[in-house]
Design a protein around this ligand. Structure first.
Ligand SMILES: *Cc1c(COP(=O)(O)O)cnc(C)c1O
Length: 433
């Protein structure tokens, strides 16, 4: 499979090259040159396939000959070392839990897959050591740190805003050691993001250090998010009903992966882009004009994105035809007050504790179902464990959220971070390594 740049000004590259590069040299996002439908028999027999077999068949065409089948199978097995349970909330609504991975974030899937593809690339190509540079507002960093921990040939440098991430998130970033370095920036998330952007266009730096990113612009992270849409289809609770999936969205990588799955034939009837007040995409679906906005802070902060990077891929999937897109994708947006009300409502009707992101997904689903007379089974993605947003959840429900066993050990570990306040400090740190 070849990948081309959506800025159309770079050479086509193979899967592994696109994974190593992240962005194309013309700063465009990579996009697969072809997306083939899976055969009907795949969907008819899906109940007989294990999660690993499903994932292997789904990703195979995108990796092509770049990774031998036996190794790709192993990568998939190591990536999916946990389940994706579906938990009913009402008769027509259930949640798909994506947070059962090691850092309790759905980003574990993409980070683990990407890390293992890069490890393979390093083995066969024997290129120079790669440095993964990421800015995090909390969730991405932990998943990336864990996914790349002790992967040969890769250093990870994570920038996070001092005092602006939760205690658990900070521990996940700062206690691993080995090839993972946490940089504590005296500033806010946007300052971290700006420094990362400066680094990627700093010729001095990129000539000396092989830098890449690990966010959802990377095709390995983006495409592997398809796995759980197919697995959810296999496990759906009401096979006789049409399926609608609501995706709480920020940078729109997760939703875009779902839409690729649909293009490959996955029988999902409708998708819903559910956002907080950072409503650029729902606004586009309603008005027809795409107007990027400055991001605003909300309780569902992993979705505080005003100009989602992956939206260009979604448009490409529909040949930039908004009418085709609108047939399949509906958009809704919600305030923090509505989000808290939803957390309460979900708890009252089912006893389930949702995090603020999942709650936004639930609201989108409810509004969609209200406006249709068709008989749907609705799934909203639960993208993080409620413990990661414990302050909001506990204050809203007036109850305590239990810390999952696998997190307890991390809380006693020692934090190690490097405090930095200016870009030139970051640059010299990267050059020294
Ligand atoms: C990253 C994240 C999202 C948004 O996902 P995108 O792919 O960027 O749209 C939603 N919820 C949580 C908890 C996240 O960490």
């Amino acid at each position: 499979m070849k990948y081309y740049s959506l800025n159309y000004n770079s050479q086509d590259v193979s899967f592994l090259d696109a994974v190593r590069k992240g962005l194309a040299p013309d700063r465009g996002l990579y996009f697969p040159s072809d997306i083939k439908k899976l055969p009907n028999t795949f969907f008819e027999n899906i109940h007989n396939l294990s999660d690993h077999e499903i994932a292997f068949q789904v990703i195979h065409q995108f990796v092509g000959g770049d990774i031998p089948d036996s190794r790709l199978k192993k990568i998939v097995e190591e990536t999916l070392s946990f389940d994706f349970p579906i938990v009913p909330i009402t008769d027509s609504i259930a949640t798909l839990e994506l947070f059962q991975g090691p850092t309790l974030a759905f980003k574990d899937v993409g980070a683990r897959f990407m890390a293992r593809c890069l490890a393979y690339a390093n083995e066969v190509e024997k290129k120079e050591k790669l440095t993964i540079l990421v800015a995090t507002s909390g969730d991405t960093g932990g998943a990336v740190a864990d996914g790349f921990y002790k992967v040969d040939g890769i250093n990870v440098v994570i920038l996070y805003p001092k005092g602006k991430v939760s205690e658990i998130q900070e521990k996940q970033l700062t206690t691993l050691g080995e090839n993972i370095k946490a940089i504590e920036i005296d500033g806010v998330f946007d300052d971290c993001q700006d420094m990362v952007k400066s680094a990627f266009i700093d010729n001095d730096l990129i000539q000396n250090v092989a830098l890449t990113s690990a966010n959802s612009i990377n095709i390995a992270r983006w495409l592997s998010q398809m796995f759980y849409y197919f697995i959810a289809y296999k496990n759906r609770l009401h096979p006789e009903k049409k399926l609608v999936v609501s995706v709480p969205s920020g940078n729109f990588g997760n939703l875009c992966a779902g839409l690729v799955a649909k293009k490959m034939g996955l029988p999902v009837d409708q998708f819903i882009a559910s956002t907080n007040i950072n409503d650029t995409v729902p606004d586009y679906l309603n008005s027809g004009t795409y107007t990027p906005k400055k991001s605003k802070a909300t309780l569902s902060n992993a979705m505080d994105v005003g100009d989602p990077s992956n939206f260009i891929r979604i448009q490409k999937l529909f040949n930039n035809d908004i009418f085709k897109l609108k047939k399949i994708l509906k958009g809704y947006h919600y305030t923090d007050t509505e989000t808290k009300k939803a957390i309460k409502e979900i708890h009252e009707v089912s006893g389930y504790i949702a995090d603020p992101h999942g709650a936004v997904g639930y609201l989108g689903l409810k509004d969609f179902l209200k406006n249709t007379t068709d008989d749907y089974q609705g799934l909203f993605l639960e993208t993080a464990h409620p413990i990661k947003f414990v302050d909001t959840v506990e204050a809203t429900l007036k109850t305590t959220v239990e810390i999952p066993k696998r997190l307890e050990s991390i809380l006693n570990r020692e934090k190690t971070s490097i405090p930095i306040s200016r870009y030139d400090e970051l640059k010299s740190f990267l050059l020294k390594r």
